[in-house]
Design a protein around this ligand. Structure first.
Ligand code: SF4
Ligand code: FES
Length: 170
């Protein structure tokens, strides 16, 4: 299998014969689903940290679909298959990062707001909403934001992964 960790705007990409996995570090909230479930592929202690030879394509897709933000997303290398993708493939780029699709069908879908409290981590909010912070209002459109619960983030009100360094439990 081919490994490709060349940089592209907005992150890195990794390929095998069938799919490409996209990694956007700025969106990672260190919820750790990826490396807890499939360390053979997602190993933060290794460089490059994603090894597409570590498991089957089906396993990799299943784990990428668990990522609560758009830090990890994926698409088929065959564009015809991307056009037929179903909505249960949550982290397909069509739904998470439409700018990475080559076709014009990439318009983001209208989704209800969802709020998820991550164990020992941030609150992850998805959808269309207005974020009010100290009197400042910010429109969030079809996007994913993570709000700090531990109080240690240097980028309040957003999570920047500090909860892991301080061992936040909550
Ligand atoms: S946010 Fe996604 S990429 Fe980051 S650790 Fe969690 S599952 Fe992995
Ligand atoms: S919850 Fe992630 S930095 Fe506070």
């Amino acid at each position: 299998m081919e490994r490709d960790d060349k940089k592209f705007s907005g992150g890195r990409k990794y390929r095998n014969d069938e799919i490409t996995v996209y990694w956007k570090p700025s969106s990672c909230v260190h919820a750790s689903y990826c490396y807890r479930e499939l360390v053979e592929v997602f190993d933060p202690g290794r460089r490059p940290w994603i090894d597409m030879t570590g498991s089957t394509t089906d396993n990799i897709i299943d784990i990428v679909n668990l990522c609560p933000t758009d830090a990890l997303s994926w698409k088929w290398n065959n564009d015809e298959k991307n056009a037929e993708i179903s909505e249960d493939q949550l982290n397909h780029v069509k739904f998470r990062r439409p700018e990475l699709m080559d076709t014009n069908e990439a318009a983001p879908q209208e989704t209800p707001v969802s709020v998820k409290i991550m164990v020992d981590g941030p609150i992850v909010i998805k959808g269309n909403l207005t974020l009010s912070n100290n009197g400042t209002l910010k429109e969030v459109q079809e996007s994913i934001i993570s709000i700090c619960r531990c109080g240690a983030s240097d980028h309040q009100p957003h999570c920047d992964g500090q909860h892991r360094k301080i061992g936040f439990i909550g």
